[in-house]
Design a protein around this ligand. Structure first.
Ligand code: NI
Length: 293
């Protein structure tokens, strides 16, 4: 039947178009641009005094690259106390990774980010910083931002003020010892923090509380493809994206996720750079830092 055939051909053309479109934007199932893991290549996960043989794995095949962005990270003027996203006029987003550093997953995530010229923000847990200070040092050396995610990862809304003060200052000091930098923002474990607590922490530590607007629920381990698809469908200009470098699956999802976001025109900045746009210290179009008057 010619009409049946016509309808069939039409469907085939539409399906083919969708396949081509998704291929051009990057699909979550693709592993063509996957970076080989350090352990698969037969050496330890990070360069240390005892493991000088470590080399950042080569990326096989071309990957899209984040543009060079020299944006101001000074958000002190006009910044607020809590953020889950930031209103921006261009497609800037901040990728955040929580609960590390992790000796298996964080180094290979750093390789993936470096291959794409992406700077991210790592909300580290203080006790992990004390276990793996060299990973924090590498993270900072490669241009990423470190944020405070408490020392023992307990729910802040159930803690006393002095317990919270202890959690934050121990983590701040561990980061300082490991990498010589100070965190500038806070992400409370589980996002659970009372407004009153956010206010006194902001007054005492100067940390805005950073939540998120895109949550792939990767801690439930839904599989790398689901993590990738959820992030690609949820991300818009100004998004703060939550993921966990604690989980291997979440890191497995990153090559396709990062490439998909880059192909959709998103530009990656750190949380502080995103906040600086809100405060008006950088314009959304600027790709170089604007000197303050
Ligand atoms: Ni956490």
């Amino acid at each position: 039947m010619p009409t049946e055939l016509n309808r069939y051909m039409k469907r085939l053309v539409i399906a083919l178009g969708l396949v081509l479109l998704s291929a051009s934007l990057g699909s979550c199932g693709s592993d063509k641009t996957k970076v080989p893991t350090a352990s698969a290549a037969g050496y330890g996960p990070v360069k240390t005094m005892n493991n000088t043989a470590y080399r950042t794995p080569e990326v096989h095949g071309p990957v899209p690259r984040n543009p060079d962005l020299e944006l101001s990270a000074d958000f002190t003027k006009g910044a607020g106390i809590s953020f889950s996203r930031v209103a921006v006029a261009d497609k800037f987003i901040a990728m955040t990774f929580d609960d590390g550093p992790n000796p298996q997953n964080t180094p290979r995530l750093l390789d993936m980010l470096r291959a794409r010229n992406i700077k991210a923000t790592f909300y580290v847990v203080g006790r992990n910083v004390e276990l793996y200070p060299q990973i924090v040092r590498r993270t900072v050396a490669e241009g990423h931002e470190i944020g405070n995610h408490s020392f023992t990862h307990r729910l802040f809304s159930k803690l006393s003020d002095s317990e919270i003060r202890d959690e934050l200052s121990r983590t701040r000091d561990a980061i300082g010892r490991a990498a010589g930098v100070q965190p500038r923002t806070l992400r409370p474990p589980y996002g659970g923090m009372l407004q009153r607590q956010r206010e006194w922490v902001y007054a005492e530590f100067g940390y805005p509380t950073i939540l998120w607007s895109v949550d792939p629920l990767d801690w439930r381990r839904p599989g790398a493809n689901a993590v990738c698809a959820r992030i690609l469908s949820g991300t818009t200009a100004g998004s703060i994206v939550l993921a966990h470098d604690l989980h291997g699956q979440s890191v497995d999802a990153m090559p396709a996720t990062l490439d998909g976001l880059l192909r959709r025109g998103f530009k990656f900045v750190t949380v502080s750079q995103l906040l600086a746009m809100k405060a008006g210290t950088a314009t959304a179009q600027a790709t170089v830092a604007v000197p303050a008057p």
